[in-house]
Design a protein. Structure first.
Length: 260
C-alpha cells in the first residue's frame, strides 16, 4: 500500500481490494492442475473476489474468471535474462516459424497445439522448427533463428513465451479469441505482432510466408522498441516497466471508481 500511495495516491478505492493472483484462472482462484479446473462448466468467480481488482495473467473475458471493468492483465514473468540470443535481423533468420510448446497445456482451446505441430499442414519442412527443447541453449538458438514464434492459447488465452520471443526479436504470433492482453490500451499489438483467430492454426505457413521481409523487419524493430514494457527487468521502477504500466492502469480505474 505504501507503493500504491506513491503511485496512485489515496486509499479510497470504493471498498475494493487489489489482489495479485498467481493462480492460472485469476478471479476463479484455481490452478490448472486442480481437478475442478478441468471442467469448464464449473468455473466461477470466487465470491470474495467479486467486484475486487484482480491482477494476473487471466484475460479471457468470455469466462467469469475475468471482469473487464475491474481486473488488470499483466505479462507473465519469464526468465528472459537466461536466454543466449543475439537478435538476428528478422529477414535474415533461418526459419519462418518456431513452436515447441508442450501439448498438454491446451485447456483454453483443446487440440490447437497438436494442430500447430502437425506436419501435414506444412509444405516446406525446412522452414519450420517444431521441436520442444528442455535445453535452454537449444531453445535460445531456436527463437533466435526464427522469424515468427507461435503463441497459442494455453491455460489462458496466451502463453508467457511470447514475451521471451519479443526479447529475442522473434515476432510473436497470437492465436486467440475473446482475450484481453497486457497493456492493450496503450500498445497496438498489430504493430509488433501477428494477431490471428483460432482457425488459422493449420494455415500458419501460408499466412506468415506472405508477410514481406520489410514488414518482418518493421514488426521486429517495433517489438524491440517496446519490449521492456512486458519484461521484468531490475530495477523495477523504470518508466517503461510492467510495474509502471500497472500503476498507470490502477490510477485510471481508481478515478473511475471514486467518481461513482
Amino acid at each position: 500500500m505504501n507503493i500504491l500511495d506513491q503511485r496512485a495516491p489515496g486509499r479510497d478505492w470504493g471498498g475494493r481490494l487489489i489482489v495479485p493472483m498467481a493462480h492460472d484462472f485469476g478471479g476463479c482462484a484455481l490452478f490448472y492442475f486442480s481437478e475442478r479446473a478441468l471442467q469448464s462448466a464449473r468455473y466461477r468467480r470466487a465470491p470474495m473476489l467479486v467486484d475486487q481488482i484482480v491482477v494476473g495473467a487471466m484475460g479471457d473475458y468470455d469466462t467469469p474468471c475475468f471482469q473487464r471493468e475491474t481486473d488488470i492483465v499483466v505479462p507473465a514473468y519469464v526468465d528472459h535474462l537466461t536466454l543466449n540470443v543475439t537478435v538476428i535481423k528478422s529477414s535474415d533468420r533461418q526459419y519462418l516459424l518456431y513452436f515447441g510448446g508442450t501439448l498438454k497445456f491446451d485447456l483454453r482451446k483443446r487440440q490447437i497445439r497438436k494442430k500447430i505441430m502437425d506436419k501435414k499442414f506444412y509444405k516446406h519442412e525446412d522452414q519450420q522448427n517444431l521441436h520442444f527443447f528442455n535445453d535452454r541453449q537449444q531453445y535460445s538458438a531456436a527463437i533466435d533463428n526464427s522469424a515468427f514464434c507461435i503463441g497459442p492459447p494455453g491455460v489462458v488465452g496466451w502463453t508467457g513465451r511470447v514475451w521471451e520471443a519479443i526479447y529475442a526479436g522473434c515476432i510473436p504470433v497470437f492465436l486467440s479469441e475473446n482475450t484481453e492482453f497486457p497493456w492493450e490500451d496503450a500498445f497496438d499489438y498489430r504493430k509488433f505482432a501477428i494477431m490471428l483467430d483460432y482457425h488459422y492454426a493449420n494455415k500458419l505457413e501460408t499466412v506468415l510466408g506472405a508477410v514481406p521481409l520489410e514488414e518482418r523487419d518493421r514488426l521486429q524493430a517495433e517489438g524491440q522498441r517496446i519490449k521492456n514494457n512486458f519484461l521484468y527487468n531490475p530495477p523495477f521502477n523504470q518508466p517503461d516497466s510492467p510495474f509502471a504500466n500497472l500503476f498507470r492502469i490502477l490510477r485510471k480505474k481508481k478515478e473511475k471508481f471514486v467518481r461513482r
